[in-house]
Design a protein around this ligand. Structure first.
Ligand code: NCD
Ligand code: ZN
Ligand code: ZN
Length: 424
């Protein structure tokens, strides 16, 4: 099975090639060349940009157990519609993914669906209770790639220390959900101007920063790799910058909503803007963008967190935290490009090259000979409404749902096969 992507503009993190052809054979990039071939499926890419298939290090697919919100099939469909070909689903399923059989179930189901590669992030502790470590070796053998109790912090520092040591012995790493649960308390939005104005209970920046500081220090102590999820505060960025200047083994991610939106959207009590960590201030948002630019934050990850309508159309205090993100990743990140904050090479670095490096998936994240043929073809000028037809997730809990987006995935190619084609 041969395919040729004709007249592409190929963007890698370190180079751009114009009017070039990508030749694909047996799921692998055979060549990136001016030459053409016969007897192949042809995609005309004249107005499209070819980037490495995006790698999302942080999604919630709710499968097993919470399939009414999302399952591995609908999550995979949302992923490829968002140009994402590799996903890391978190462990807060029901039951929690704290053992090799659940991990294996997830990997097998994703293979059966056949749209994306799925590398589960299994729980750090049994039942995500923050007490007893999981059987990390067995779980890694079943196909997991990292460990996190995401959704809940590991509050006990000694448990977190052992988790880091144990995971690193297997060549794996820990993803921290940095939140001091006691300090965050019953908070539902950022603590500040808008919490005062609305009377909604606030979560101070320090709830995140205290744990980022602790996790950095535990990475220093153990020399193990700690990845910090969904960094949302300026203070958090400063701590990570400090850690990196000392050579401490930390990496970090930011979610598109934290570099696109602020707490100011919360004056209408719209629960589609409710997520954890909460939307912060303009100053925080700018600090996140600066950190993406200067490498303090390594990757963009969506924290795609689907919830059923019934869990969102309730009083603000009772609504579930989280928004969907897979299908808004490209348009929101392209907005940074359009605004001149980052260029297309940086876009690629943040959404595929760096995640591949962190995950040691050296077969992807770069468009070149012999790499896996995971390629996303984007029309950066295409405008469309993010409506029921476009949305592939089972859930619609996004503040962008029903709104106009700019920048569309036109084709997603996974292992040399077309797994998504834009239609509206
Ligand atoms: N981000 C969220 O607001 N919610 C996530 C949990 C998490 O990522 O911490 C979820 O599982 O719904
Ligand atoms: Zn989290
Ligand atoms: Zn999450």
């Amino acid at each position: 099975m041969k395919m040729i992507l004709k007249n592409c503009k190929v963007v890698n993190y370190d180079n751009i090639l114009k009017e070039i052809n990508i030749i694909i054979e047996n799921g692998i990039i055979k060549d990136v060349t001016n030459e053409s071939i016969e007897d192949a499926e042809v995609i005309d890419c004249s107005n499209l940009i070819a980037v490495p298939g995006l790698i999302d290090m942080h999604v919630h697919f709710r499968d097993p157990g919470l399939e009414y919100k999302e399952d591995i099939e609908s999550g995979s469909k949302a992923a490829v519609a968002g140009g994402v070909t590799t996903c890391l689903p978190m462990a807060n399923t029901k039951p929690v993914n704290d053992n090799s059989s659940i991990t294996r179930y997830m990997v097998d189901k994703a293979k059966e669906v056949g749209l994306i590669d799925l590398f589960p992030v299994a729980a750090i502790t049994k039942g995500m209770k923050g007490e007893e470590l999981t059987e990390m070796g067995d779980i890694l053998e079943a196909g997991a790639i990292a460990f996190s109790d995401d959704g809940l912090p590991v509050m006990n520092s000694e448990v977190m220390r052992r988790a880091l040591e144990y995971a690193s012995q297997f060549g794996s790493f820990i993803i921290s959900h940095p939140e001091d649960k006691n300090l965050a308390g019953k908070g539902v939005i950022n603590e500040g101007k808008i919490s005062t104005l609305t009377g909604l209970k606030g979560i101070p920046d320090e709830a995140e920063e205290i744990m980022i500081a602790r996790d950095i220090l535990l990475a220093k102590l153990t020399k193990a790799h700690m990845h910090l999820a969904h960094v949302s505060t300026k203070g958090g960025v400063e701590l990570i910058k400090w850690a990196k200047s000392l050579g401490i083994n930390v990496t970090a991610e930011a979610a598109p909503h934290h570099f696109s939106l602020t707490e100011d959207y919360l004056t209408d009590y719209d629960t589609n803007y409710k997520m954890n960590p909460p939307l912060r201030t303009e100053e925080d948002k700018e600090a996140i963008i600066e950190a993406l630019k200067d490498g303090t934050i390594d990757v963009i990850a969506t924290d795609h967190a689907p919830h059923h309508k019934d869990e969102k159309f309730v009083e603000f205090d009772n609504a579930a935290f989280g928004i969907t993100g897979l299908q808004t990743l490209i348009p929101l990140t392209l907005k940074l490009v359009e605004d001149g904050k980052i260029d297309m090479k940086k876009f690629v670095e943040l959404t595929s090259y760096k995640p591949a490096q962190i995950l040691k998936l050296n077969d992807r994240g770069y468009i070149a000979k012999r790499k896996k043929a995971d390629i996303t073809l984007i029309d950066i000028n295409k405008e469309y409404i993010f409506d029921e037809k476009i949305n592939k997730s089972k859930s619609t809990n996004s503040p962008f749902f029903g709104k106009k987006l700019k920048g569309a995935t036109i084709y997603t190619i996974k292992n040399g096969k077309i797994v998504y084609k834009f239609q509206n």
